[in-house]
Design a protein around this ligand. Structure first.
Ligand code: HEM
Ligand SMILES: C[C@H]1O[C@@H](n2cnc3c(N)ncnc32)[C@H](O)[C@@H]1O
Ligand code: SF4
Length: 355
């Protein structure tokens, strides 16, 4: 029998690798210089047609800084017309009333704004530009005036770990509809020495679990697949059964979606499992997207939990967690190796977790 492949639920697209900032942690090591061979507007539209032919995922227009690309509104409109839910990820420093109006007209449904600390000092150090914090807050003010929904994204690292509670408070004060934390992945300019320790991961994710229970805004931990283990461990202790009613969207999804529900497309049309794992699945200029999504070797391996090695391979949580494949790759050169930032010791028999 031929196995059916589900269509992607979420695609992050690096519309451009160029950026007006120079963040210390940037996965794309983005700078003001733009590669000469970025996908053209026509190629971008063709890609959207291919995606829409497969399903109707959320399309995240990302970068680099997507607002530095002049055809961003045209591309967003095309995605919207193709029936995709188009959202855009920005550092927020370039937002003006005119730009926000154009994003609205293009049907963009939500923006994510990166704030990496509760103070200007922390954020600006992270973002490599004095004044970035103030400019981002000014951008958010423009969004608020236009009544445009936005979420705050924070990348957690040693540089801002102790400010995370305050950054969450700031996101709520600013009127964000959601707060998504990303845990630093050591790729591009991201450095391993800035990653929080496995024990701190555990501490922050337990805090996150508690916050999620009472938060009025949506909370999501990205690139922290351990969260899905912690959620189950805690729920079990509390005698709660995980369901959509008790845990919302988190009950239906799993830790790492790279290659199963998610993929990343670079500014030159290279397809990867995520923006942090430099293992190429295929190139849009050489193959149809459908073929890459359905047949590439790396996606096939990521779709099979039996391929996981080390302690992830014998872990009873492997189907809901799967570890961060990009961290495993950064640490060992093998993306199927065990997640290096997880303190959990799997049960010896590796039987399925029973909650
Ligand atoms: C609605 C507005 C949203 C925005 C603007 C947004 C933004 C982002 C961005 C910028 C990334 C990183 C992509 C990259 O550069 O590699 C990302 C990753 C991700 N987001 Fe969101 N997101 C949004 C909503 C959601 C929702 C609703 C979900 C859940 C379905 C979601 C799930 C994810 C996942 C799974 C990743 C994968 C990270 C990875 O493996 O690389 N996002 N999101
Ligand atoms: C799209 C989101 O990804 C974040 N981001 C950029 N580089 C990295 C990295 N190396 N690790 C984790 N998150 C990162 C940005 O800060 C933005 O908030
Ligand atoms: S993280 Fe975003 S804002 Fe910062 S340099 Fe990279 S692309 Fe630019």
């Amino acid at each position: 029998m031929i196995a059916m492949t589900n269509a992607p639920r979420l695609i992050a697209w690096e519309l451009t690798a160029g950026c007006n900032l120079n963040c210390v942690h940037c996965r794309g090591a983005s700078t003001s210089s733009v590669p000469a061979d970025e996908l053209t507007t026509d190629e971008a539209k063709h890609f959207i047609d291919e995606v829409a032919g497969l399903g109707k995922p959320i399309l995240i227009l990302s970068g680099g800084e997507p607002l530095t690309r002049s055809d961003v509104f045209e591309i967003a409109r095309y995605g919207t017309d193709a029936g995709l839910r188009v959202v855009l990820a920005t550092n927020g420093t370039l937002l003006t009333p005119e730009i926000v109006e154009k994003l609205k007209k293009a049907g963009v449904q939500r923006l994510s704004i990166s704030i990496d600390g509760a103070t200007a000092e922390t954020h600006d150090n992270f973002r490599g530009m004095p004044g970035a914090f103030e400019r981002t807050l000014a951008g958010i003010e423009v969004l608020r005036k236009a009544d445009f929904p936005f979420q705050i994204n924070t990348t957690v690292s040693k540089r801002n770990l102790e400010e995370i509670h305050k950054t969450f408070d700031l996101a709520k004060e600013l009127g964000a509809v959601a707060y998504h934390v990303f845990f630093l992945v050591p790729t591009g300019r991201g450095e391993e020495s800035d990653e929080v320790s496995p024990a701190d991961y555990e501490r922050i994710l337990h805090w996150f679990y508690e916050m999620q229970k009472k938060s009025e805004i949506q909370l999501k931990a990205t690139c922290a697949p351990h969260y899905f283990r912690i959620m189950r461990q805690q729920a079990k202790k509390e005698g709660i059964e995980i369901s959509v009613k008790t845990h919302g969207y988190e009950a239906m999804t799993k830790g790492c979606l790279g290659g199963t529900g998610f993929c990343f497309v670079s500014s030159v049309g290279e397809v990867y499992p995520c923006g942090y794992l430099p293992v190429l699945a295929g190139k849009l200029r050489e193959q149809p997207f459908r073929e890459i999504w359905e047949n590439s070797e790396v996606f096939a391996k990521l779709r099979n939990p039996e391929e996981l090695k080390g302690k992830c391979g014998i872990c009873e949580y492997k189907k809901v967690c799967a570890g961060c494949r990009a961290r495993a790759y950064a640490a060992t050169g093998d993306y199927l190796e065990e997640e290096p930032y997880c303190i959990y010791r799997p049960r010896k028999n590796g039987s399925d977790q029973d909650d």
